[in-house]
Design a protein around this ligand. Structure first.
Ligand code: GDD
Ligand code: MN
Length: 411
């Protein structure tokens, strides 16, 4: 097969990764302007690319007749995905194929695609049909209603993953948690920052250098974009039917590296301002609730251990748990009420409770460690050491509760 270069075969842009602003020619348009440019990054997706092109075109043709482009960005796949895709060009006028040689990687492929795109709305979808195509229409509707970014999410009601092992779920959630701790303001804006399925307004990311690394292009968009309104649409991550996933251990390192780089290169000044605005009032409320918990803890311990003659460990564990329940109720109703009022469903409350439990559990481990360091290593008086350990752990618990416990995403 010998396909001669056509306008549908895009030359990969070179130089810095930066999406240009849109400037439409003034002359009368021959065809309707392109509104949506959807990038499909592919590497060895020969078994999927044909079906993907057919399904996506059938979906978009009625909604945006001649008003979209589907851009396959293939990294010179050994299975010749690019050539297979080019075979569809004559029958699919909205299709474009970019074959990259020399540069590689999922995130940069997406940006190179956007750089060669004409649409005001830029998007990305996986090339292996794991992202259900129909969701695209809902994402599009969100952007048309004013969202700057619309993300397909596995982690809101109606979303999910099909058949993931516990280990994979933990890894995925762990990566998200890491993102929340390192880049709370960017990553915390969506429930599924790992999503590789989203639409973004060109104007939100245009004319600034992007420096993504590895797989998680959305992190870069969240970190560097100007996003006033963010919307999320649920989706269920499908199983792969053809080909293999390209994820390796390298992607986890890239992700960590990417987070750290964003942390160091974005919003430094906002970071300082934010730190100066320490929520003193909320912290005092949190501290007061903590003191009431201490009373509950002592009271229950006295009742069970001294009163009923239970064993010390059993009594202490139950006392601590009841104190956590007490603290949760007050924090949820009082300290963080403006967050919990927005998420009052029983399931959401239970989720907050479980999160608070884990935060306190972690805090307890930390407290014992600190106490030991102060008492054994620094030879402080046991009560002073205990007091300092409680103060530090309260601060830590407070910080995690603000960042993770009572966090409300935009849904
Ligand atoms: N051009 C190009 N270059 N494409 C690539 C490369 C590359 O180096 N590596 C992977 N791809 C393409 C794959 O061919 C596929 O279409 C898509 O990127 C996703 O790659 P997978 O290897 O299938 O990733 P996954 O299924 O584990 O995870 C995907 O889904 C997650 C959930 O939404 C990724 O897209 C994640 O970013 C996404 O969050
Ligand atoms: Mn996949």
């Amino acid at each position: 097969m010998n396909v001669s270069p056509s306008p549908q075969c895009l030359t990969p842009p070179t130089g810095i990764l930066q999406v240009p602003p849109l400037h439409r020619a003034n002359s009368a348009p021959i065809a309707p302007p392109i509104q949506l440019s959807l990038i499909v990054p592919t590497y060895n997706e020969g078994g999927n690319v044909g079906k993907l092109i057919t399904v996506l075109s059938a979906l978009l043709d009625p909604v945006l007749p001649q008003g979209y482009e589907l851009i396959i960005v293939d990294d010179d796949s050994p299975d010749r995905t690019w050539a297979l895709a080019q075979g569809y060009l004559p029958d699919y006028p909205q299709l474009r194929v970019m074959r990259r040689q020399g540069e590689r990687g999922l995130s940069s492929a997406v940006i190179r695609g956007w750089q060669g795109a004409q649409g005001e709305i830029l998007g990305v979808i996986d090339g292996d049909l794991q992202h259900p195509p129909e969701v695209l229409l809902e994402l599009l509707a969100q952007v048309r209603q004013g969202a700057d970014l619309a993300v397909a999410s596995r982690h809101i009601d109606g979303g999910g993953v099909s058949d993931w092992s516990l280990a994979r779920r933990i890894l995925s959630r762990g990566a998200q948690l890491l993102g929340l701790v390192l880049l709370p303001r960017a990553v915390g804006r969506v429930s599924d920052p790992m999503s590789g399925y989203f639409l973004v307004r060109r104007s939100a990311i245009a004319a600034r250098p992007l420096q993504p690394l590895g797989y998680k292009i959305l992190i870069e968009v969240l970190g560097r974009g100007t996003l006033d309104r963010v919307a999320e649409v649920p989706y269920v991550f499908q199983e792969r039917e053809a080909g293999d996933s390209k994820v390796t251990a390298q992607q986890y390192w890239d992700y960590l590296h990417h987070l750290l780089r964003l942390r160091l290169t974005t919003g430094r000044f906002q970071g300082v301002k934010q730190r100066l605005r320490f929520p003193v009032k909320r912290f005092l409320q949190f501290g007061l609730v903590g003191s009431s918990g201490l009373l509950v803890d002592m009271g229950v311990l006295y009742l069970l251990f001294d009163g009923l003659g239970w064993g010390l460990t059993r009594s202490a564990v139950l006392a601590a748990e009841l104190a956590i329940v007490n603290n949760f109720i007050w924090n949820d109703r009082w300290t963080f009420r403006e967050f919990s009022q927005r998420q009052r469903q029983r399931r959401k409350t239970l989720k907050r409770f479980l999160k608070f439990n884990s935060i306190c559990g972690l805090g307890l481990v930390l407290k014992i460690l600190i106490l030991n360091v102060f008492f054994n290593q620094l030879s402080l008086n046991a009560y002073i050491a205990n007091f300092l350990a409680i103060a530090l752990v309260t601060l830590w618990n407070f910080w995690l509760s603000v960042r993770l416990g009572w966090r409300v995403t935009q849904q």
